[in-house]
Design a protein around this ligand. Structure first.
Ligand code: ZN
Ligand code: ZN
Length: 263
């Protein structure tokens, strides 16, 4: 048996750029034959829809609204729905898996954690951190920062990326020996608005019973099937990529001097 999961998705209840509710996402993925989804809304340093000036408890409660909506619909239609989030530190983005709403309520320090602290906090709870689309360039990302010291795995294929971003991420992850994940970064679900061919994710051989099963799968280093076209990870003529930087032990950028498309 194999099981299909979306690993990267945003709801309009908690992400300012989200267009679909949690429930709308669930109905779409159910119709596509997925087994489950992770709701990974933009956390408080990212494009979050929640008022940051609210008290922590209220802020967390509102942040979880998209997940709760998805979860209720998932229970109704038979789709697994798991909680996670995506934090943005300095334009570099991290998916954090394995910590839930109760954990967030007990750990307000996560809101301003450094990359190192974020990784340590996640590990202390049996969770993990995946750097999302490390080679993406957007208006909110002023340079490519590679957080190799601050994550457990790399999202090598992201349906919202330019193809060259994924080629570089794949080569980077391969060279450094990182476990690889794949996700849609889906903000908008529905057959009228989204091409099912670019709705990606991962395929597992065992059914996930909880988010920590996914964490264990990532940390085990066992290869996961990436649900994207294989050519997505192959360099094509004419591709170019911007300069990239390592984040050193003090989380400061150091040029890699590498052309990851050639490497
Ligand atoms: Zn977004
Ligand atoms: Zn995202």
């Amino acid at each position: 048996m194999s099981y299909r999961y979306e690993t990267h998705l945003h709801t309009c209840q908690a992400s300012a750029c989200g267009r679909s509710t949690g429930a709308e996402h669930v109905r779409y993925y159910k119709a596509l034959g997925y087994d489950g989804i992770f709701v990974t809304d933009h956390f408080f340093r990212g494009n979050c829809a929640v008022d940051r000036s609210l008290p922590w408890e209220e802020k967390v409660r509102r942040f979880c609204a998209g997940y709760r909506d998805a979860r209720a619909e998932g229970d109704r239609v038979g789709l697994q729905v798991f909680f996670a989030w995506e934090e943005s530190i300095d334009g570099d983005d991290y998916l954090v898996y394995g910590c839930d709403e109760d954990w967030l309520l007990r750990h307000p320090e996560i809101e301003h954690a450094t990359r190192r602290e974020q990784l340590e906090l996640a590990h202390a709870n049996g969770g993990c951190v995946v750097q999302a689309h490390p080679f993406r360039m957007r208006d909110y990302i002023h340079r490519i920062l590679l957080g190799s010291r601050y994550c457990d795995a790399v999202e090598v294929a992201n349906a919202g990326n330019r193809p060259q971003d994924d080629v570089c991420a794949y080569r980077y992850a391969k060279e450094l020996g990182f476990p690889m994940t794949c996700g849609s970064d889906n903000h908008h679900s529905g057959f009228a608005v989204r091409d099912p061919a670019v709705t990606w994710g991962v395929e597992t051989e065992t059914r996930l019973t909880c988010p920590k099963d996914y964490v264990d799968l990532i940390l085990s280093g066992a290869p996961m099937k990436l649900l994207c076209p294989p050519e997505r990870l192959q360099a094509q003529p004419g591709m170019t990529i911007e300069e990239s930087f390592w984040l050193d032990e003090n989380e400061r950028p150091v040029p890699t001097g590498r052309d990851w498309l050639k490497g």
